[in-house]
Design a protein around this ligand. Structure first.
Ligand SMILES: C[S@@+](CC[C@H](N)C(=O)[O-])C[C@H]1O[C@@H](n2cnc3c(N)ncnc32)[C@H](O)[C@@H]1O
Length: 267
């Protein structure tokens, strides 16, 4: 494998960047909460769907111990390569969440963190998660709350919409699309799952500066190609002002981000 080979959407170098930057900045802190909410215990067989570089699988592996087993699946070979590098002892498989390559009832717990928003058919993927879970097992899904609930990201996205037009809300809005709990419950219901518990918590996104947050969030979306330097500069200036209150004493940035952890069982 070389460091620049294109696999699915991202390169191995980008997957390493995800593990080194995005996991500590955004996603990592949710993993122990997801594993806790799902009740992952010693000896359990656990599947991490859309595992990325494996932060949830690693948290689960710490709980299941030697008597358990943890498998991570993702569409991206690059993400899986980094996952395998960090924990060669766990099982990693390339697969689509909508077509999981496991027999019915293979796992006691199925986890899915910060990924439902990327699935073209979330009901199919949730149905697959239920299918591969045992009858008494648990499916636990983590999503971010709606934009209205995001006191940090809302003013940034409003600034983008002010200067780049209302489309910016959708272009920067992937995170929040499953944030409405009633709508999420309906998706789970259609997938044959009933919700047992919902935990809403506020996490923290950590960047060095507002400039870094704006650069990363815009750079990761098609908005980057639709705006010129002047528009970018205006979004940045407004965001610096709106997010100034999230600066930390040590000069970094700690922005709140609210999310839901939903646990469900097969009907
Ligand atoms: C934001 S990352 C989250 C990764 C990991 N769960 C975490 O918390 O760090 C989203 C992941 O979903 C994966 N993904 C997107 N669509 C997928 C699909 N249809 N099936 C499996 N994985 C998918 C991507 O490759 C990526 O690794």
């Amino acid at each position: 494998m070389d460091g620049t080979t294109e696999t699915f959407q991202i390169t191995f170098a980008q997957a390493e960047l995800y593990e080194a930057t995005f996991v500590p900045a955004i996603f990592g802190e949710w993993a122990p909460h997801l594993v806790d909410a799902a009740g992952v215990s010693a000896g359990a067989r656990v599947l991490d769907v859309a595992c990325g570089t494996g932060v949830v699988a690693r948290a689960a592996a710490d709980r299941v111990g030697p008597a358990g087993a943890v498998t991570g699946v993702d569409l991206s070979k690059a993400m899986l390569a980094v996952a395998r590098r960090t924990r060669p002892d766990l099982a990693w498989r390339q697969a689509d969440a909508a077509n999981l390559p496991f027999p019915d009832g293979s796992f006691d717990v199925v986890l899915c963190q910060s990924a439902l928003m990327f699935f073209p058919d979330p009901v199919k993927a949730l149905g697959e998660m239920g299918r591969v879970t045992t009858a008494r097992g648990t499916v636990a899904v983590q999503v971010y709350s709606s934009l209205d609930a995001q006191s940090g990201y809302r003013p940034f996205i409003q600034a983008a919409a002010r200067h780049a037009g209302p489309d910016a809300v959708n272009l920067l809005g992937t995170y929040w699309i499953h944030g409405d709990l009633d709508a999420l419950r309906r998706l789970l219901d259609r997938a044959g799952l009933h919700v047992a518990d919902v935990r809403t918590r506020t996490g923290t996104v950590r960047f060095d500066s507002v400039d870094e947050l704006v650069g990363i969030e815009i750079g990761a979306t098609p908005l980057a190609d639709r705006i010129n330097d002047e528009v970018y500069g205006r979004i940045l200036a407004d965001s610096r002002e709106a997010l100034a209150r999230f600066r930390t004493a040590s000069g970094g940035l700690a922005v709140p981000i609210e999310g839901h952890i939903v646990t469900a069982h097969r009907k």
